[in-house]
Design a protein around this ligand. Structure first.
Ligand SMILES: [Zn+2]
Length: 393
């Protein structure tokens, strides 16, 4: 059985221990300060006898350390990575405080916890959550942090533990470890905790979403809360600068900019249609006659499919127009209502030759993705000749 040193004192990061058993890549000690993955909290990392610890798992009463080298026999020194431990402790204990705060502020019980690399989540046993409820819970949890209340660890028999009003009791053990935040929260837990709530420094709710009849709430604590606040402030600052305003005015300025852009796009649409009508008339004036139709074959190397479609919409309104247009890797072809022609087969042939993907129906066909400009132009010319022959029959 491995004695778990963090159960008595989570601040122990350096310890001496005896190697009990070894197998390639794994070591069991008589005692360890390494926390094994459990309860939604990932394992600690660090070194054993100078060899890196890459994973820690409980195996029955033993703690198995996964190592990436050979740990010497006998007595060795273990060193837990203090930065990672502190981060995990902050998220884990912060979760205790936040979960209790949700019970106090709106009766929402926590049913699960996950500690992620960037942020953590709890699932609350409620269908929905209001911003007011979230704010009240966040305020209460942070008040308890600022009050710097003592956090005590005590051990009890199962019968004693049943009298303590704990929310959940673990099965199959006869001694229960109870973590108590004075006059606020008490629960059975084998995790890493500080000796005072002030160590958490801050708890921030980042957001929540409804998930499978519950609410999944994302939060960060301690150093993560500081970094998150700093990052968000910088993003807002940059957004404000980009919009020519201060950070706190950025949202309103972005809303106005979006409205302005919508209006400008509407205006642009009208102008494009007007320009396309003029361009169509010019193209048709120079078009080559083909039977009763007029054939337009033109290249616009800078235009993509949407830009070409503005022009074809206008060209299609001339009943006798037949057109084959190329753009930036794009091919568009069609005809007006009075022309007895389905350009589908010719388009398919040209698209295949030019490496263009697309299709169409009735009178208009379009495609994009051509990478060889010369092949595209040659295919469009060939298509144009084929359509000219078809309408002249
Ligand atoms: Zn805990």
């Amino acid at each position: 059985m491995t004695e778990r040193l963090f159960l008595a004192d989570s601040s122990v990061l350096r310890f001496k221990a005896r190697v009990v058993s070894r197998r390639p890549g794994a070591v069991v000690l008589d005692r360890t300060a390494f926390y094994a993955t459990s309860g939604g909290q990932p394992h600690d990392t660090g070194t054993l006898g100078g060899v890196r610890v890459t994973g820690v798992e409980a195996e029955g009463e033993n703690v198995v350390h996964a190592v990436d080298g050979e740990v010497p026999e006998g007595e060795i020194e273990g060193v837990v990575d203090g930065g990672r431990r502190r981060d995990h402790l902050e998220q884990h204990h912060g979760q205790h405080l936040l979960s209790r705060a949700f019970i106090e502020s709106c009766g929402a019980e926590t049913v699960s916890f996950h500690l992620g690399p960037e942020s953590s989540t709890i699932d609350l046993d409620v269908r929905d959550l209001t911003a007011g409820e979230a704010d009240r819970a966040e305020d209460l949890a942070n008040l308890v942090v600022r009050e710097n209340r003592p956090v005590e660890v005590t051990w009890h028999t199962l019968d004693e533990a049943k009298t303590l009003g704990l929310r959940k009791l673990p099965d199959g053990i006869d001694r229960v470890r109870v973590v108590t935040v004075r006059d606020f929260d008490r629960c059975a837990c084998g995790g890493t905790h500080p000796s005072r709530t002030g160590d958490i420094s801050q708890i921030r709710i980042l957001g929540w979403e409804k998930s499978k009849g519950k609410v999944r709430l994302t939060f960060v604590c301690g150093g993560r809360a500081l970094r998150d606040a700093r990052e968000r402030a910088r993003v807002l600052e940059a957004a404000g600068a980009a919009l020519g305003t201060g950070a706190l005015e950025a949202a309103a300025a972005a809303g106005r900019a979006r409205e302005d852009l919508r209006a400008a796009n509407r205006e642009l649409g009208v102008l494009r249609e007007r320009a396309a009508a003029g361009e169509s008339a010019e193209l048709l004036a120079k078009a080559q006659p083909a039977g009763k139709a007029r054939l337009v074959r033109a290249s616009f190397p800078g235009r993509d499919v949407p830009a070409l479609l503005v022009l074809t919409k206008s060209l299609s309104e001339f009943p006798d127009a037949v057109f084959v247009l190329t753009g930036k890797g794009a091919l568009v072809a069609g005809c007006g209502a009075a022309v007895a022609l389905d350009p589908g087969a010719a388009f398919k042939e040209a698209a295949l030759a030019a490496g263009v993907r697309g299709g169409g129906r009735g009178r208009l066909y379009q495609g994009a993705g051509g990478v060889d400009a010369a092949a595209l132009e040659a295919a469009a010319d060939a298509m144009s000749r084929r359509l000219a022959a078809e309408v002249s029959r």
